[in-house]
Design a protein around this ligand. Structure first.
Ligand code: FMN
Length: 471
């Protein structure tokens, strides 16, 4: 069975079963409260004798996840005191002061954004505290929940529930504009998210009150594979032949004669390994790459004097050469490079109005942009390649020299409702999972974001630096 569908199916089953358990109680009695009558603490819950306090943490580039986070927050705070904050506005260590944590972000490249994962890894131990996960996406949640489960378990969280919503895709470069999921999250989604937040807060309260079996099992075995790509593209039910002759045998890459890939040459993923430059690496002071590798494929105990420069010996078998790998994105010392289909950003400082405008710096999820020497602007290797900076620059000061090489193939495969990449969405609509708001003839099949000559390509809401929830 298709892994994605099996995961979604299983998750829906879990949520439905848990909803029933939570709603009906299934004959279980909540542990008695210290006061017999319905006092404030009984209604709102306690942890260690004081009232429960929750927080909703989120990353949102263009507001979809932010809106969902706001609605979840409304639901949670109807049960107990609850704060809400974008990741950039809170230090991970501050989460120690909360009893319940909801955390979410958009899907990028079939999984969580790197800043979300790094944030979780920088959190203190949250022994036994309930955690709720949520995401928004333009097609499907892919491996978001399974990929984040491990780092959350390492923090000793109890993951008590998860959910996903569709969001608009205004800044995905190879997508049509308007896109098929634009308009989401709408009022119906937000009501659902609020109800979800309330249900999860109730569940957390009951777990604190002593009910143990409200904690769901996460899929294990092959279903828990953190990167669905590992199993091959067939898992997404994509007929690769439809993508055209150009993609046969793989994506453009080394040997193509085109820097960073391009038509004319094919990349064999098996030949690609991350390059680790030990002269830049500051191990043992930082082990972020090893901590964030979803496959545990980086092992510093194998570091030998001979490997002090190349670093190749610390890569153990198991590196699956994932798309936009976490090791590279986690490394803020530019010690890891990986050849991939990532866009290159070039800054024209004659157009840029820095320091008057700092939009790209403020919104970069990975803080990769460094204008400390404005005459020599730097984009660090940990850039995720999300291209938000290019989309929002009001001065058209950023150019992407390899934009066609990185996006034309993908665009070719996503510009019709029957295209292989949109097949999942098409199917989801037929099964009722996806509710389309933009009529099919209004989807901008011929209007691709990366072809848009106007700057800015995406306008963020006023005051959204980064996107902030107001309720
Ligand atoms: C760089 C990038 C990569 C993306 N990759 C995926 C993906 O693999 N699967 C998917 O369903 N949506 C993908 N999306 C769409 C986003 O998940 C979707 O637009 C999301 O709702 C945006 O949330 P935000 O407005 O909170 O930033 C991607 C978007 C960007 C910008």
């Amino acid at each position: 069975m298709n892994l994605i569908h099996s995961l979604i199916g299983r998750r829906r089953f879990l949520l439905t079963s848990l909803t029933s358990i939570a709603t009906l109680g299934l004959g279980r009695k909540a542990a008695p409260f210290s006061h017999g009558s319905a006092g404030a603490s009984e209604k709102h819950g306690t942890a260690g004798g004081r009232p429960l306090k929750g927080i909703v943490l989120y990353y949102s580039a263009t507001g979809s996840t932010g809106k969902i986070a706001g609605a979840i927050h409304r639901g949670m705070k109807s049960v107990f005191q609850c704060d809400v904050a974008p990741l950039k506005k809170i230090d991970p260590v501050e989460t120690a002061g909360y009893d319940v944590v909801a955390i979410g972000g958009p899907i990028w490249y079939y999984r969580e954004t790197a800043n979300l994962r790094l944030f979780i890894n920088r959190m203190p131990l949250m022994t036994g505290k309930p955690c709720i996960l949520f995401c928004t996406h333009g097609t499907q949640p892919s491996s978001f929940f399974n990929s984040l489960y491990q780092p959350l378990i390492k923090k000793a969280f109890n993951v008590i529930g998860w959910n996903d919503w569709y969001g608009g895709a205004s800044h995905v470069l190879h997508m049509p504009s308007p896109y098929v999921t634009d308009g989401h999250p709408d009022e119906i989604d937000l009501q659902e998210a609020e109800a979800f937040g309330k249900e999860m807060a109730e569940r957390a309260r009951r777990i604190y009150a002593g009910e143990k079996d409200l904690i769901p099992d996460i899929p294990s075995g092959p279903d828990a594979d953190p990167l669905w790509l590992k199993g091959g593209m067939d898992l997404m039910d994509i007929d690769m032949s439809v993508l055209g002759a150009e993609m046969e045998g793989g994506m453009p890459g080394p040997g193509s004669g085109v820097e960073d890939g391009g038509p004319g040459g094919m990349m064999n993923y098996a030949d690609e390994i991350p390059k680790i430059d030990m002269t830049k690496c500051i191990y043992p002071r930082c082990t972020a790459c090893a901590d964030n590798c979803v496959e545990g494929a980086i092992d510093f105990s194998r570091l030998t004097p001979a490997a002090l420069v190349s670093g190749s010996s610390i890569l153990v078998e198991g590196c699956i050469h994932c798309q936009q790998p976490m090791c590279e994105r986690a490394c803020v010392y530019d010690a890891i490079t990986y050849r991939q289909m990532k866009t290159k950003h070039v800054y024209d400082m004659t157009k840029c109005t820095y320091p008057k405008c700092t939009l790209c710096i403020d919104n970069c999820p990975m803080d990769s942009i460094d204008f400390s020497q404005p005459e020599k602007p730097v984009v660090h290797n940990n850039c995720e390649g999300c291209d938000l900076c290019w989309c929002i620059c009001p001065e058209d000061a950023i150019s992407i020299p390899n934009i066609d090489e990185t996006h034309a193939l993908l665009a070719n495969s996503e510009t019709s409702w029957d295209s292989p990449f949109l097949a999942n969405l098409n199917r989801a609509e037929k099964t009722g999972r996806f509710r389309r708001i933009v009529p099919i003839d209004k989807v901008g099949w011929g209007n691709l974001v990366y072809k848009n000559p106007n700057a800015p390509r995406v306008i963020l809401h006023e005051g959204d630096y980064p996107y902030e929830v107001t309720d």
